[in-house]
Design a binder for this molecule. Structure first.
Ligand SMILES: *Cc1c(COP(=O)(O)O)cnc(C)c1O
Length: 425
């Protein structure tokens, strides 16, 4: 923890909680991702924007050679604001409106169709003269679920894609591709966190098999496979296993044609790109003891760590204790709850966790929060979004900070709270 950061968090006039992004870490992760894939494969790494849709983050990832996968009009607008050329953007989402589909075709955004009804909508746009470049269908390979059901997208009854093992679907989809030479991609995404690499690869292999079946009927129809994301992240240590290279090795075994079959590839990694490159820091505002339990009251709660607070078993996060000078705390270990600022009892980022005994004006750091945490804030209690600082460390250990997102002001909080219309005044 940098001393300047500690000073800032303890300044009673500044925000008591902030998030930090490792700018050099992002560059390194992007380089590792690009290096993990063989040169012979034409691959677009489309970062899953939902993992961290902050415009400056997306812009940096573009600079480091990535594309962008978006799943809503908001994420598409963020990708545009970040400067992505539409040729590097992929649109997913199971509930695209007619208008979103028209925009995607108009702008040459890659489109993954979720279901047969959506396919009919696209048919009508194509019949009306829209060009269908880079259009595919998302299959559900139904290979099974991982350790977090809510994150698993290839179960028997999962809401995404066309279920390949359901009676008749495979033939129906083959016929759909046969009737539409412009359907040239196949999309699969087996799930996000909690999915073993082998299960992920089994789903990808099913997509490749289906692509080969389509190509057996019309040579070369399938131009590429979009293999989704879902490389799991280790939240329990600083390690980053499994790596992108580990994933490629498992894919080579399960789906060798992905590397030799003349297919282009799109990946949609999200969490694995950003998790380790961000952390949250908060001052400890108070400490107390209740029913024998030591409790530290901090400013890092559900508004920046919603998943962990609401589903702590699935999403455990580490908490690191620092003193008021930003040095690792040397206090004696004690079992404690680390609570957030929200007004409900479950607002804890850690329960009964053995940590150096926290004291007022200590600083807690919640690592591994670069994806799906402060970038997807929760508006409960009208808590403002904390500031997000990018940092770079130069050779002499000098740290430079850059504001990536200013702290949300209370005026902004009020502005997003609606207005009594004149008709009701
Ligand atoms: C969420 C999602 C991803 C990214 O998953 P990660 O676990 O963050 O890598 C990729 N593709 C689709 C379709 C998704 O829904």
């Amino acid at each position: 923890m940098h001393a300047a950061v500690a000073q800032d968090l303890l300044d009673p006039h500044a925000t008591p909680v902030a998030a930090f992004v490792d700018l050099q870490g992002i560059e390194q992760t992007a380089a590792e991702l690009r290096a993990a894939w063989p040169r012979e494969t034409e691959v677009l790494h489309a970062f899953a924007a939902k993992a961290n849709p902050m415009v400056p983050i997306l812009a940096l990832l573009l600079r480091h050679g990535l594309g962008c996968e978006v799943s809503s009009p908001g994420e598409l607008a963020q990708a545009r604001a970040a400067g992505f050329p539409m040729a590097r953007v992929v649109l997913d989402s199971p509930a695209k409106t007619q208008a979103e589909l028209a925009v995607a075709l108009r702008d040459g955004i890659a489109l993954n169709i979720d279901n047969f009804e959506e396919l009919e909508r696209v048919d009508r746009l194509v019949a009306d003269g829209a060009a269908a470049v880079r259009v595919g269908v998302r299959i559900n390979p139904q290979v099974g679920i991982g350790s977090i059901e809510a994150m698993s997208t290839a179960g028997r009854t999962t809401k995404f894609g066309i279920a390949m093992a359901d009676p008749g679907n495979r033939q129906r989809l083959l016929a759909a591709y046969a009737a539409r030479p412009w359907l040239r991609w196949v999309h699969v995404h087996v799930g996000s966190q909690g999915i073993p690499l082998e299960l992920n690869a089994a789903g990808v292999a099913e997509a490749v098999r289906f692509a080969q079946e389509v190509n057996a009927r019309r040579d070369g129809q399938i131009e590429g496979i979009d293999i989704g994301g879902g490389l799991p992240v280790d939240f329990s240590t600083d390690g980053d296993s499994p790596t992108f290279a580990d994933h490629v090795a498992v894919l080579r075994d399960a789906a060798p044609e992905l590397f030799t079959g003349g297919f282009k590839v799109v990946t949609e990694y999200g969490r694995s790109v950003m998790t380790k490159n961000g952390f949250i820091a908060s001052r400890v505002e108070y400490t107390k003891r209740t029913g024998g339990r030591a409790i530290a009251l901090t400013h890092a709660g559900a508004q920046v760590a919603a998943r962990t607070v609401f589903a702590p078993k699935s999403w455990p996060l580490r908490v690191l204790a620092y003193d008021r000078h930003g040095l690792p705390s040397t206090a004696e270990l004690e079992v404690q709850d680390v609570a957030g600022p929200c007004c409900f009892a479950g607002d804890l980022v850690a329960r009964e966790r053995k940590l150096p005994r926290l004291a007022t004006e200590d600083i807690v750091v919640v690592p591994d929060t670069g994806a799906y945490y402060f970038s997807s804030p929760f508006q409960y209690n009208s808590l403002p979004m904390p500031p997000v600082f990018g940092f770079e460390v130069s050779d002499g250990d000098v740290v430079r900070f850059h504001v990536l997102r200013a702290a949300e002001s209370l005026d902004e909080v009020v502005a997003r709270s609606g207005v009594l219309p004149a008709s009701l005044r």
